[in-house]
Design a protein around this ligand. Structure first.
Ligand SMILES: [Zn+2]
Ligand SMILES: [Zn+2]
Length: 399
C-alpha cells in the first residue's frame, strides 16, 4: 500500500480501538496465555504476557496494530521462548475458510496477479501468465455472500459431527466469524484440551476422511445407523444407484457384500473417495494440529478486510458477516479511491462494483475493505473531514 492509503487504514483501526477497544475481553486463564500483535508495516511482536486485559488494550489504542493475537494454549511461562514456555493444554480449534470449499463462485470473484508483467484479471490462478508466460502468478481470494453462506453450512456440519462422533456438546463450542472468509470454532473445557499435536492430527484426519481405507470395513458389520464413518459409508452404499460405480444389485445387503467381497481394490478406493468428498468436513488441518499458534482475538480487526472478528455463538442462525462485522459504519464519511480491479462486493447492506480502473467515492468502511484487499489506492478523503484531508494532502506534498 502507498503511504496515504496505509495511513487511512491505520487511522480507521486506531479510531476503532479508541472507541471499541473496551469490547475486547480477557480470555480465561489470561496469565497463562501468550499474546502478540503486528504493527502496520512492522514485524510481529510475540511472547507477551498480561495479568489483566486493560494493559493490553492500552497498547492496542496506542499502536493500532494490523493484527492482534492470543494463544489457545496455556503455558507455565507464556512470555518465555517457545521451547521454554512449558505447554499445559490448549483449546481445540477449527478453521473453516471459504477458499477451501472450492465453490463455483470462486472463479467469478477471485483475482490473479502476475508478478512478471503486472497483469491482473478475474478467474482462477493460471499456471503461467497468458501474457508473459511467467509462472510467478499470485492468487487473491475474495468472498461473496454465496461462499460465506457455504462456510456457515460447513460449520453446521462440523458442529453436528463434533456432537455425534466426539460427544462435544454445543455448550462447549464457541463460534467466531474470522473477519475475513469464514468461521473459527473454539472448544473449551473439553477432554480434548490435553491432546498433543499427534492426537490433534488424527482428529483432523478423521474429520477430513484422510487415510480412510477399504480394508477397515472388511470385517465390520456395516449398517446405516452405525455411528461415524461406518454409517456414512453404509448410507452411501444404500443411496447409490444401480450402475453408479460398480453396484449391480438393488438390495442393500447384496450391495454390502459387493462392496466387501466383489469390488476390486481400485473400485473400493474410488467408492470411498466419493464417500469422503461427500462427507468430509473442510477444515484447515494445520490450524487444528498446531498447538503453538496465536489466534486473532475476538473483537479485533482483520487486516485483510478491516472487518471485526466477532463471536456469534448465541446468534449464529441469524448472524450475517456482511452486516454484523463492520467496525465503523459511518455512511457519511466518504473516500475517493482509484480501484484497479475488484469484483462486486456486498457490505453493510449495499453492493459496490465490480470495478476496473475506476475512480469511485465510497463509504470509509468499504474503502478500507478494498484497500486492505490491495485493490486500489486513496485519492482523497472527503472535505467533510477537512482536518484529515489537509493532513493527507500535506503528506502527499511532502513525498
Ligand atoms: Zn505476466
Ligand atoms: Zn463466493
Amino acid at each position: 500500500l502507498d503511504e496515504s492509503s496505509a495511513q487511512t487504514v491505520k487511522r480507521y483501526f486506531k479510531e476503532y480501538y479508541f472507541r471499541f477497544g473496551g469490547r475486547i475481553r480477557a480470555p480465561t486463564n489470561i496469565e497463562s496465555r501468550e499474546f502478540g500483535y503486528f504493527p502496520f508495516g512492522g514485524a510481529m511482536v510475540r511472547h507477551l504476557s498480561f495479568k489483566d486485559i486493560g494493559s493490553f488494550r492500552a497498547i492496542l489504542v496506542k499502536e493500532a496494530p494490523a493484527g492482534v493475537y492470543c494463544s489457545n494454549s496455556l503455558y507455565h511461562e507464556p512470555n518465555a521462548e517457545m521451547h521454554l514456555k512449558g505447554w499445559i493444554r490448549a483449546e481445540l480449534i477449527f478453521d473453516i475458510d471459504a477458499d477451501a470449499l472450492k465453490l463455483p463462485c470462486k472463479k467469478t470473484h477471485d483475482i490473479w496477479l502476475c508478478k512478471g508483467c503486472g497483469k491482473k484479471e478475474f478467474g482462477l490462478r493460471p499456471e503461467t501468465c497468458p501474457s508473459c508466460k511467467s509462472n510467478r502468478v499470485l492468487e487473491m481470494s475474495w468472498t461473496c455472500p454465496v461462499c460465506l453462506n457455504g462456510t456457515k453450512k460447513e460449520t453446521y456440519r462440523l458442529l453436528e459431527i463434533l456432537q455425534a462422533d466426539f460427544g462435544i456438546p454445543s455448550s462447549q463450542t464457541r463460534i467466531f466469524f474470522s473477519g475475513n472468509a469464514g468461521y473459527h470454532l473454539n472448544i473449551e473445557n473439553s477432554a480434548y484440551e490435553s491432546l498433543d499435536t499427534h492426537g490433534r492430527a488424527e482428529l483432523a484426519d478423521y474429520l477430513t476422511g484422510r487415510g480412510l481405507l477399504p480394508s477397515i470395513f472388511n470385517s465390520m458389520q456395516l449398517s446405516c445407523d452405525n455411528p461415524g464413518w461406518r454409517g456414512r459409508v453404509a448410507r452411501c452404499i444404500r443411496d447409490s444407484r444401480v450402475g453408479e460405480g460398480p453396484f449391480k444389485s438393488e438390495e442393500f445387503d447384496k450391495r454390502l457384500r459387493e462392496f466387501i467381497n466383489v469390488f476390486s481394490k481400485a473400485q473400493s478406493e474410488k467408492f470411498l473417495e466419493r464417500v469422503v468428498s461427500e462427507n468430509a468436513i473442510r477444515i484447515d488441518p494445520m490450524v487444528t494440529t498446531d498447538v503453538h499458534r496465536i489466534f486473532r482475538m475476538p473483537e479485533t480487526l482483520n487486516n485483510k478486510t478491516g472487518l471485526v472478528k466477532r463471536e456469534c455463538t448465541e446468534n449464529f442462525d441469524s448472524f450475517d458477516p456482511i452486516l454484523d462485522s463492520i467496525a465503523l459504519k459511518d455512511e457519511k464519511e466518504k473516500v475517493l479511491l482509484e480501484v484497479d480491479l475488484s469484483p462486486r462486493i456486498d457490505l453493510g447492506g449495499s453492493s459496490y462494483g465490480p470495478f476496473r480502473s475506476a475512480r469511485v467515492e465510497l463509504p470509509l468502511y468499504v474503502a478500507v475493505y478494498l484497500l486492505a484487499k490491495g485493490a486500489g489506492k486513496l485519492i482523497r478523503l472527503e472535505p467533510n473531514n477537512p482536518k484529515e484531508a489537509e493532513a493527507v494532502a500535506d503528506k502527499l506534498k511532502a513525498r
